[in-house]
Design a protein around this ligand. Structure first.
Ligand code: NAP
Length: 280
């Protein structure tokens, strides 16, 4: 039986949770002819590093840091990837590169019964993850405010989404202005609070949270971030980013295999892996 291979390229890539997540899904579905590998590819050999798996019969790959933008020149980016400005999934059968982060976030928000359409939603950050979030939220009909430490990056993000996807509903604010604006959802797309800096939060200490707000923190290491704790202490609801990680992987899984993956298995195996990781 010929093995059907998929995998992830990155540099470094050893920390990636994708192999364990996808291989658990293959095992749960009895797809014993499928296998997912991690491949460490330095940036200076990205072109070769992309060609090799393709020549060796890989069906597709995920792409992680630092290759998500650079890889766009070697594949055919679809509309989502062009709008987000990054590719995280490639299908070698048609050489199309797509981005599943926006779908991962939106699908996880919907799975948690979080309202999006017509809501005021604050996005913290203006890096790659924020761009996927703003794209996905605007496409779902939300009113989006962006707050970022470096304001010029937030301005650029809003301008790029206007130019590349015709999405006009994002405005750039300070955190104080956003708190006055009021929102039902805050999506943290900064790396603030990520292990080992677990006491840090992107929310100013003492600034009130809007009543009934939900925080969605893309950071999933730790599972319960300082921002999530702050929000809950003020009577809000908090959701960590593990579900997004699983669901962006699930979209890629289905693209390559044509099979809907067992999302509970994927989330379960990620939780188990992260519980083994250092907690301080
Ligand atoms: P990135 O492109 O490097 O962007 C980092 C963002 O964090 C920027 O907006 C940066 O602001 C901000 N930031 C960093 N340090 C800060 C500080 N001390 N104070 C205030 N702001 C700070 O990274 P990314 O790829 O967008 O990823 C961001 C986070 O999302 C990471 O933690 C990543 O693991 C997580 N993520 C999770 C998922 C998931 O599936 N759950 C998916 C993608 C990403 P400046 O512009 O001012 O530098």
């Amino acid at each position: 039986m010929a093995v059907k291979r998929v995998g992830v390229i990155g540099f470094p890539v050893e920390h990636s949770l994708s192999p364990v997540m996808h291989n658990a899904a293959f095992a749960a579905l009895g797809m014993t002819d499928w296998h997912y590998d991690a491949m460490s590819i330095p940036p200076d050999i990205l072109r070769l590093g992309l060609r090799e798996p393709k020549n060796h019969g890989y069906i597709g790959i995920n792409v992680t840091v630092p290759h998500k933008e650079a890889i766009m020149q070697y594949v055919r980016p679809d509309e989502k990837a062009r709008a987000i400005g990054a590719v995280n999934t490639v299908d070698f059968r048609n050489n199309i590169g797509t981005n599943t982060d926006a779908d991962g976030l939106i699908n996880d928000l919907l799975a948690n019964d979080v309202l999006i359409k017509g809501e005021r939603i604050l996005v913290l950050g203006a890096g790659g993850a924020a761009r996927a979030a703003v794209y996905g939220l605007l496409r779902e009909g939300a009113n989006v405010a962006i707050v970022n430490r470096t304001k010029s990056r937030a301005d650029k993000l809003a301008a790029q989404l206007r130019a590349s996807a015709g999405l006009t509903g994002a405005q750039v604010m300070t955190l104080d202005q956003a708190a006055d604006w009021g929102m039902s959802l805050i999506v943290n797309c900064t790396s603030v609070g990520l292990h080992p800096h677990i006491k840090q939060s992107p929310w100013i200490h003492g600034l009130p949270f809007p009543e009934g707000v939900t925080v969605y923190d893309m950071v999933y290491r730790p599972a319960n971030t300082a921002l999530m704790q702050q929000c809950v202490a003020h009577g809000g609801r908090a959701i960590g980013g593990l579900g997004m990680l699983a669901r962006q992987g699930a979209v890629a899984f289905e693209l390559w295999t044509g099979v809907e993956p067992p999302i509970d298995v994927m989330i379960g195996v990620l939780q188990a892996e992260l519980e083994q990781a250092p907690k301080d």
